[in-house]
Design a binder for this molecule. Structure first.
Ligand SMILES: Cc1ncc(COP(=O)(O)O)c(C=O)c1O
Length: 441
């Protein structure tokens, strides 16, 4: 008999040596929030406190927490074929089936799916594939990767180079031939490609709605115009749907919202709603062709856990739930509810404005004067809201929201009320009591 359940119930040691991502460990080492349980839109910590999950963890618990169907399917899979690699000619049933389910929903012809373990892995894959595709098409000088201001594409080598959030480039950029363009200016994109020479540019990386950069929805027409510029110059359009996919924008890959047919789509997070780590790319038929139809050409790329059967089973059941429970349509309906709810916060002295309206995600931008006085204000707001029972994320100068797609109007009302209570507490506190430290995000 396994000793796991006993082990599971033991409280975690104080002063653990775990180094948290994106964390000020000096502060975190003495003050962690240790979560022990989750159900639908709720999570509990080890003191018994319950929180409304206003961010679906890190933008991914799209079907909500605690779905027994997914958990049981994973357990069944681990009990039959626990794991086996997919390099060369190996495969497993869940990986084969999930690839087909994803390809048939992707907004491109004859899509081929390459699995990875997460978003950053998938960005690396897309970048390497874009360059390898042009090399195979006798255009080896097409190596430049374009990315946008404010963009977030993970923290691997390529993602660090493609970071439009400057602090995230520290230590990088690791990858040559990367050029940044303005976030919302298709004419500038056209000019940059013209200046560089189209015969040097491989791909343009584009989040349909910029997520971690602050929840920035594109102005009308921008995505369509940028895609048209890429098409005209023969540059591959890579839609980074890591946040926007699997329902967040009311469809499968976010980019359909703009009627664009990308050359490559990058996905992760919502593909399993986080029940297992999984990511991947879909390459349109014409991008996959040199590797699928010409003998002897190998894309020398892949991660150990690519196509892991337990992760792929989680993806299969997750897609079934998204469809059966109508969660894509629900996200569309809830995007307006969330946006209107966030707008009610703009009268607060700590809030400058609210953003949202495309997809079930949004942000409130904090007041610039208060931020100048207390740069750690976003972290202070996060903690105050947490003390009052809800989880939201600091993102630069804003606070981000992306609840599970199962959240109801009542949940959103409660979320916004809790945020207001937290903001009020900070506003009433003496200004000198606000930390002047650094925000971790
Ligand atoms: C748009 C986007 N791309 C890529 C990534 C990287 O994904 P991961 O953290 O799984 O490496 C993220 C993560 O938040 C993301 O938001």
């Amino acid at each position: 008999m396994s000793t796991f359940p006993e082990h599971d119930l033991r409280p975690a040691p104080a002063g653990s040596s775990m180094w948290h991502p994106f964390a000020d460990m000096h502060a975190v080492k003495s003050s962690r929030t240790t979560l022990v349980r989750a159900e639908d839109v709720w999570v509990w910590d080890n003191t018994g406190a319950r929180y409304l999950d206003g961010t679906a963890s890190l933008w991914y618990t799209n079907v909500g927490h605690g779905r027994a169907e997914i958990v049981e399917a994973i357990a069944r899979q681990l009990g039959t074929l626990d794991a086996y690699q997919c390099f060369g000619d190996f495969a497993n049933e869940p990986a084969l089936r999930l690839a087909d389910e994803i390809a048939r929903r992707a907004p491109m012809d004859a899509g081929k799916v390459f699995f990875t373990s997460g978003g950053g892995d998938s960005i690396e894959t897309a970048a390497k594939l874009a360059r390898a595709y042009f090399a195979a098409r006798n255009q080896p000088d097409r190596t430049i990767l374009l990315h946008r201001e404010h963009s977030y594409h993970g923290t691997h080598g390529v993602g660090t180079a493609l970071a439009g959030i400057d602090p995230n480039r520290v230590g990088g950029p690791f990858v040559p031939d990367v050029v940044r363009v303005p976030a919302f200016d298709a004419e500038a994109l056209d000019r940059v490609i013209g200046t560089l020479g189209a015969d040097r540019v491989a791909a343009f990386f584009c989040e349909p709605v910029i997520g971690a950069g602050g929840v920035l929805a594109p102005p009308p027409g921008y995505i369509e115009a940028a895609a048209a510029v890429c098409r005209r110059h023969g540059v591959l359009f890579v839609a980074d749907a890591v946040i926007c996919g699997f329902g967040r924008l009311g469809n499968w890959f976010g980019i359909e919202r703009f009627g664009v047919r990308p050359d490559i789509v990058v996905f992760a997070k919502g593909v399993t709603s986080g029940y297992q780590p999984l990511g991947g790319i879909v390459a349109a038929g014409h991008v996959a062709e040199p590797f699928w139809d010409e003998p002897g050409r190998v894309l020398r790329h892949g991660q150990t856990y690519a196509g892991h059967p337990a992760a792929c089973v989680a993806g299969l059941v997750n897609i079934e739930i998204l469809e059966r429970d109508g969660l894509l349509d629900r996200a569309l309906k809830m995007e307006t509810v969330l946006e209107q709810a966030l707008q009610t916060l703009v009268d607060h002295p700590l809030v400058d404005h609210a953003r949202g309206g495309i997809g079930f995600l949004g942000a409130i931008e904090l007041d610039a004067d208060r931020l100048a006085e207390a740069p750690a204000l976003p972290a202070t707001v996060m903690h105050a809201v947490r003390r009052n029972g809800a989880l939201i994320r600091p993102m630069g100068t804003a606070m981000g929201f992306s609840p599970p797609l199962t959240a109801t109007e009542e949940h959103i009302d409660l979320l916004v009320d809790t945020v207001r209570t937290g903001l009020d507490e900070i506003h009433r506190a003496p200004r000198s009591s606000l930390s002047n430290g650094r925000s971790a995000s």
